[in-house]
Design a protein around this ligand. Structure first.
Ligand SMILES: [Fe+2]
Length: 397
C-alpha cells in the first residue's frame, strides 16, 4: 500500500482508503478510479490524501524523458517516435487494412478447398503493418476501432496483429521479431475455419461439448501454419495463444516457463481485443474494464509485468475510442499523447449538451490555450452516434 496526495491520483489507480480529508466523507467501496471527473469529485469533497494499492494500478505514468546530457544507448529506440502525422499515414494504413481483409478471405477459401495457404503475402503484409506502426502507430490503431459488427473473425486477427506490433515496438523488440509476431497474430485464429459454423457463429456461451470442439482451433492453426512452412514464434502464437500461466489454458495445458514472452504478449492482446470488440450480440467493452478483467487474471493466467506495459502502451483512452470533454463535446481520440495520456488530440463532432452533431473540430487537449479537459470514455451506443458515417466523412481519406 502507498499513501499519496490527491494531486498524484490518476485514472487507473486503485484506491484502498482515504487517509486524510477536511470533511468526514466515507468512501463505501474500494476500487479503480475511472475518470478525471471522479478524481475532481474527490477533490471537491475535501479529500487530501488517499491510500492506493500499487499492485492493482492499471496504468502507470509515463516516465520522464532522460535529460539531454545523459546519452542513451544507441540501440534504444524511442517507442513513441512518430515520423509522419496520423493524417499522412491514414491512407497507407487503410490500404493495408483492406489488403489484410482480402488476404484473410483468400486464406479461408484455400483452407476450405484443402490447399495450403500462401505465406509470402502475409509476411509482406506483416512487414507493411510494422513499417506503418513505426511511421505513426495512431493511424492503424484508429482502424482497429472501426469495427463492423459482423466481421469479427476477419477483423479480430487483423487487430491483434496491429496491436501486437504496437506493443512490441513499445517494448523495444527487434524488428525481425516484430515481423514474426505480427505474421503469427495475423494467422493465429485461422484454425477456426475448420470449426463447424454452428459452433463458430453461436452467440453467447458454449455448452461443454461445443467448447471442446472450439478449443481445437488453436491446434488447427498451428498445423495450418506448419503445413505452409512457418516455424518458431509465429507457429507458437498460433498454437499457444489460449495457454495460461497456471496450466489451465488449452489445447496443450502448457504452463509457466513453457510459455514464451511472445506467446504471453499474444494472449494478452487476444483477450483485450475480444473483450473490446463490438459483436452482433454484445456491445464492445470499454478498454478500462477490459484492463481490469485482464488484471484479475494475473498472475494465474497472464504475465503481470507484461500486462502493465501493455496498458501503458495502449492507454486508458486509446486512439480510436470515443470520449466526452468537460465542454460536453464528444469526439474520437485521434492522436495519443504519451507524455500526458489524459491530454490526447480529440476530433469532436457531437454535443452531448444539445444532443446533436456539430462541426468537426480537432482539439489538442495539451495545447496551452485549451480550456477543455477529458471527462470520460463514452460507449458508442450512448448517444446513438453513427460512427461509421463519421469515419467515412471525417477520418478516412
Ligand atoms: Fe483463438
Amino acid at each position: 500500500m502507498k499513501v499519496i496526495p490527491i494531486s498524484q491520483l490518476l485514472p487507473g489507480m486503485f484506491v484502498q482508503s482515504v487517509t486524510k480529508q477536511t470533511g468526514r466523507i466515507k468512501i463505501k467501496s474500494q476500487g479503480w478510479v475511472k475518470t478525471q471527473a471522479g478524481i475532481d469529485k474527490l477533490k471537491n469533497v475535501g479529500i487530501l490524501e488517499i491510500e492506493i494499492d500499487p499492485d492493482k494500478t492499471l496504468i502507470e505514468s509515463v516516465p520522464e524523458k532522460e535529460p539531454a546530457n545523459t546519452p542513451s544507448p544507441v540501440t534504444k529506440r524511442d517507442p513513441w517516435q512518430k515520423t509522419h502525422s496520423a493524417e499522412q499515414e491514414m491512407g497507407k494504413a487503410k490500404k493495408l487494412y483492406d489488403e489484410a481483409k482480402s488476404l484473410q478471405i483468400k486464406a479461408f477459401k484455400d483452407i476450405k478447398a484443402g490447399r495450403d495457404i500462401d505465406i509470402a503475402p502475409f509476411r509482406d503484409l506483416a512487414s507493411g503493418f510494422m513499417d506503418s506502426v513505426f511511421r505513426n502507430q495512431d493511424a492503424l490503431a484508429c482502424l482497429t476501432q472501426m469495427r463492423q459488427k459482423d466481421a469479427y473473425l476477419l477483423e479480430h486477427s487483423i487487430n491483434v496483429s496491429i496491436l501486437i506490433s504496437i506493443f512490441a515496438k513499445h517494448l523495444n523488440i527487434d524488428k525481425d521479431i516484430i515481423e514474426q509476431l505480427t505474421t503469427g497474430a495475423l494467422l493465429h485464429d485461422i484454425g477456426k475455419i475448420k470449426i463447424p459454423d454452428a459452433v463458430l457463429n453461436k452467440p453467447g456461451r458454449f455448452t461443454d461439448e461445443e467448447f471442446t470442439i472450439m478449443k481445437n482451433h488453436a491446434r488447427f492453426s498451428k498445423e495450418i501454419l506448419q503445413a505452409a512452412g512457418l516455424k518458431g514464434i509465429a507457429v507458437d502464437i498460433a498454437g499457444m495463444h489460449h495457454e495460461r500461466l497456471d496450466g489451465k489454458g488449452y489445447p496443450f495445458g502448457k504452463k509457466g516457463d513453457d510459455i514464451s514472452q511472445y506467446v504471453r504478449m499474444a494472449s494478452i492482446v487476444d483477450v483485450y481485443d475480444a473483450l473490446t470488440a463490438e459483436r452482433v450480440y454484445k456491445a464492445g467493452m470499454e478498454p478500462i474494464k477490459a484492463f481490469k478483467i485482464l488484471k484479475e487474471g494475473c498472475p494465474d493466467s497472464f504475465d503481470s509485468e507484461l500486462l502493465t506495459k501493455f496498458i501503458q502502451c495502449i492507454g486508458i483512452h486509446p486512439v480510436g475510442t470515443l470520449v466526452k470533454l468537460s465542454s460536453q463535446k464528444v469526439g474520437l481520440v485521434t492522436q495519443s499523447n504519451p507524455a500526458s495520456p489524459l491530454k490526447p488530440v480529440v476530433k469532436t463532432f457531437y454535443s452531448a449538451k444539445h444532443g446533436r452533431y456539430t462541426q468537426v473540430q480537432d482539439i489538442d487537449l495539451a495545447h496551452k490555450k485549451s480550456q477543455d479537459t477529458l471527462e470520460s470514455a463514452v460507449k458508442t451506443n450512448e448517444y446513438n452516434i453513427d460512427l461509421q458515417r463519421f469515419y467515412k466523412n471525417s477520418i478516412l481519406p
